[in-house]
Design a protein around this ligand. Structure first.
Ligand SMILES: C[S@@+](CC[C@H](N)C(=O)[O-])C[C@H]1O[C@@H](n2cnc3c(N)ncnc32)[C@H](O)[C@@H]1O
Length: 304
């Protein structure tokens, strides 16, 4: 996701968790991965990622802060390697790369074939990378020790779909395993998209979109090459995770105020300044009054 652009380019439910049948863990299903249907929303998603701007997003600026902070938060509770981690909605695989380098066995699934191909090209047989839909995974119950769900909720406008994705993450993780769930903050369109990134001179529709997005969470496309998305309040993310049957352990702001720092790259290039920045973000990451300020939220939840 391009800082906010994906947010402006990007998605209600009280569905109960599904009953689950148990099968032995770490026993991968040999069914052919389900190729998802391709309704309008998915065509928009495919077109968006065909722009190939996702690959380097986490390397610079606020994307780099997103990456560093996500690795930091996940590292607090993920079991040590060797363990099996599913990177669902793994995109071009930056977190998959991190996990492989750290010694984990990684399963990568994404709706976009191009992303899967990139991961396969880098990791060959070492990563089980396939096209797959977070709402209907080709993995058996309790197959993995942890799940990263860092992206699908941005794109799933319908709460029933978000509930399915969370339910699937819960189903495939073993008892006691963690699920890490990222979401776009409800106020990102206004604070990041308009105020910081100034999308409005080029895409004036964003000025009409922000009020509705803040009222409903639904982010309408603001130009032809974009798609619907969903932005969470801290309370709505908390509620959706809890209704999935997972136990919410923590909810933090990922980048916090960093997205608004004009000299962010300079700070990141200086070891002392970078450490001060990350210390500051950590110190206020769970302060309720500040939680929705930054672009992303990250929930850590546990399978009971
Ligand atoms: C913004 S990218 C994030 C990629 C990576 N997880 C990261 O944080 O850098 C969102 C990813 O979620 C994928 N995605 C969206 N909806 C999905 C779904 N229903 N199932 C699987 N992947 C999905 C998209 O194709 C895209 O690669």
């Amino acid at each position: 996701m391009l800082g906010f652009e994906i947010a402006i380019d990007r998605l209600r439910s009280d569905a109960a968790p599904e009953a689950r049948a148990r099968v032995p863990r770490n026993h991968l299903d040999d069914r052919t991965p389900r190729r998802p249907a391709c309704p309008m929303a998915e065509r928009e998603l495919q077109a968006y990622y065909a722009r190939d701007e996702e690959r380097d997003r986490l390397s610079v600026g606020v994307g780099r802060v997103e990456y560093l902070r996500t690795v930091e938060v996940v590292s607090r509770t993920i079991p040590p390697p060797p363990a099996v981690v599913a990177d669902i909605g793994g995109g071009p695989g930056r977190y998959t790369d991190w996990l492989v380098d750290a010694g984990y066995t990684v399963i990568h699934r994404d709706l976009v074939a191009r992303h899967v191909d990139e991961v396969s090209a880098r990791h060959a047989q070492a990563v089980d990378a396939r096209v797959g839909d977070a709402r209907s995974l080709d993995l058996p119950d309790e197959a993995v020790d942890a799940v990263l769900l860092l992206g699908p909720l941005y794109h799933l406008e319908d709460g029933v779909d978000r509930a399915k994705a969370l339910s699937e993450a819960r189903r495939i993780v073993r008892s006691g395993g963690r699920v890490y769930v990222a979401a776009i903050s409800r106020w990102a369109p206004r604070l990041d998209g308009v105020l910081v990134q100034r999308y409005h001179p080029k895409h004036s529709a964003i000025l009409d979109m922000v009020d509705e997005a803040e009222a409903t969470g639904e982010m309408r496309p603001v130009h032809h090459n974009s798609f619907n998305g969903y932005a969470h309040t801290p309370a709505s993310l908390r509620g959706e995770v809890q209704r999935s049957g997972l136990l919410l352990e923590s909810l933090v702001a990922v980048e916090g105020i960093a997205f608004a720092l004009a000299d962010l790259d300079e700070r990141l290039a200086d070891a002392d300044e970078r450490a001060l920045l990350l210390d500051t973000l950590r110190a206020v990451e769970a302060v309720p009054d500040l939680m929705g300020l930054g672009p992303h939220l990250l929930a850590t939840a546990r399978q009971p």
